[in-house]
Write a protein that binds this ligand. Structure first.
Ligand code: SAH
Ligand code: F3S
Length: 480
């Protein structure tokens, strides 16, 4: 299944690609967490490429080890800690090696990494990657180095990301950074700072350059793409202070979609993540208007209970969410939706849980990403509410929700059977090397036998004759 979150098998994957002049040093860069982190690693690689670093997939020969980390749940942090412990042993053998932590854990734990735990030499938050060359000079001189300053402006707009370990067909393009929403369970506003939007011209340039380099699909990325707003930069709150002219010429997310769809008319366009509180009907209209914008929206809801939604500060009700879904289905009849759900949030009752299940049945999501609630230090929920749902209850409810999503996914996949779908060839099937894998507009993965005239990046017409819970099985009827 193509994931909003990077595939489990890719978590912790290291990439090698750099081609620039070498400084004789080798970088081992590993990424954890969400798409945004993987996209940020491409910015980091670009910055270090300029410094002459070459990459390696072999940690044993690395001079610099960087881990781009995730704080979203405790488990994500534990994974990184285990990895750091391994590097600590390696460092005993190779004391000149530098180990650095980037991303959300760096931001959350700051100097703690350097002082208490002595696991690393370098700590760099998500808005400080431009400072990496300076920080590395400090570590070369034998000092620990840290920059975790968050920025209200940084969007790395001018940095051309080095595309890491991808398939050369699909790429991420960051459009906003940070989040101003303050959902009570979420650490992101603390680790990634204030929301800011990137200049639309630099977004379009990046999309055009990707097209020129053979890419066929882009995903516009942000913690909350719907609140994209460009009127010359700065946090959105300052919009009130913007001049009348700036307000008149501002670009919102639907307008940005329109601009991108026109600028790269054959590029497939996806976006993630949408937020029910801020998503507008206009976005659905843009999907309907442009053939190259995919008929798929990832629309996290977290819970089907109004009481829980309120405790989470999601700023919408169950009914408002269902109305938005209904609008989407009316405007884009062949649309598909996926969800994020948090199970066992503070005070969640059996009745709340049933509300979540009934909402899922009502929406009929294609996919879902479901998590047990994990309390995060510093968040409003951690400060003011008790994480009071016992682990076994969370586990049981989570299993029920996952089983239900399985049923719904299978049903949705069945609905795609018996039709021809346009599939973008993204790679070779893991299970059968004589088969391609790709996705339809609705983001459903499809596998089918290869034909001689087909290649990676082609969009082909595939007749779907069967399905499993998460995959469509088909055969090509004609190639474009
Ligand atoms: N807007 C973001 C959301 C980031 S967090 C985006 O771009 O996806 C991704 C998902 O992790 C959330 O939608 C939520 O379902 C889950 N999550 C966040 N905080 C969590 C927590 N404390 N415990 C469990 N799951 C959490
Ligand atoms: Fe987190 Fe809510 Fe923003 S889930 S990333 S605070 S929209």
């Amino acid at each position: 299944m193509q994931e909003k979150y990077i595939d489990e098998t890719k978590q912790g994957e290291a990439f090698a690609i750099l081609e620039k002049p070498e400084n004789g040093k080798k970088l081992f860069l590993e990424s954890y967490g969400c798409q945004m982190n993987f996209s940020d690693s491409e910015i980091v690689a670009s910055i270090l490429n300029e410094q002459g670093y070459n990459t390696t997939l072999n940690v044993e020969e690395a001079d610099l080890i960087l881990l781009n980390t995730c704080s979203i749940r405790e488990k994500a942090e534990q994974t990184v800690r285990m990895r750091l412990a391994q590097f600590k042993n390696l460092k005993k053998e190779r004391p000149n090696m530098t180990v650095g932590v980037l991303g959300c854990m760096a931001e959350r734990l700051k100097t703690k990494f350097l002082e208490e735990e002595q696991l690393v030499d370098l700590v760099v938050g998500p808005d400080a990657y431009r400072d990496l060359p300076n920080l590395l000079k400090e570590t070369e001189d034998g000092r620990d180095a840290i920059n975790v300053i968050l920025s209200k402006e940084e969007t790395y707009a001018d940095i051309n990301p080095v595309r890491l370990g991808g398939n050369g067909v699909t790429a991420f393009v960051t459009i906003t950074r940070g989040c101003d929403n303050m959902c009570t369970f979420c650490v992101v506003p603390f680790t990634r700072g204030r929301e800011r939007s990137r200049d639309p011209h630099s977004i379009i340039e990046e999309c055009q350059s990707l097209w020129d380099n053979g890419y066929k699909e882009i995903t516009l990325l942000g913690q909350n793409v719907d609140s994209y707003l460009w009127y010359g930069g700065g946090p959105k709150k300052d919009f009130a202070k913007a001049s009348e002219m700036q307000k008149l010429t501002a670009t919102n997310f639907a307008q940005l979609l329109d601009m991108v769809a026109v600028a790269v008319p054959k590029m497939r366009i996806r976006f993630s993540t949408s937020n029910p509180h801020e998503m507008t009907e206009e976005v659905f209209r843009m999907i309907a208007k442009h053939d190259n914008i995919c008929n798929y929206v990832h629309l996290p809801v977290q819970s089907g209970s109004d009481r829980i939604l309120q405790l989470m500060n999601r700023q919408h009700t169950r009914q408002e969410y269902l109305d938005l879904i209904k609008k989407g289905k009316e405007i884009v009849p062949d649309i598909s939706f996926s969800q994020d759900m948090i199970i066992g949030f503070c005070t969640e009752t059996e009745e709340d849980h049933q509300m979540t299940m009934s909402l899922m049945r009502e929406v009929e999501y294609d996919y879902g990403y479901m998590f047990s609630y994990s309390t995060r230090p510093g968040t409003p929920a951690h400060k003011k509410m008790e994480d009071d749902i016992p682990a076994d209850v969370k586990q049981r409810r989570l299993a029920e929700v996952i089983a239900l999503q399985g049923e719904l996914s299978r049903k949705r996949m069945q609905g795609y059977v018996g039709r021809v779908h346009e599939i973008l060839i993204e790679g070779i099937s893991k299970k059968n090397k004589n088969q391609w894998k790709g996705r339809n507009s609705q983001n459903a993965v499809c596998v089918f036998d290869m034909k001689e005239d087909q290649k990676l990046g082609d969009i082909v017409s595939v007749f779907v004759h069967g399905n499993t819970q998460g995959t469509l099985l088909g055969e090509t009827v004609e190639s474009n």
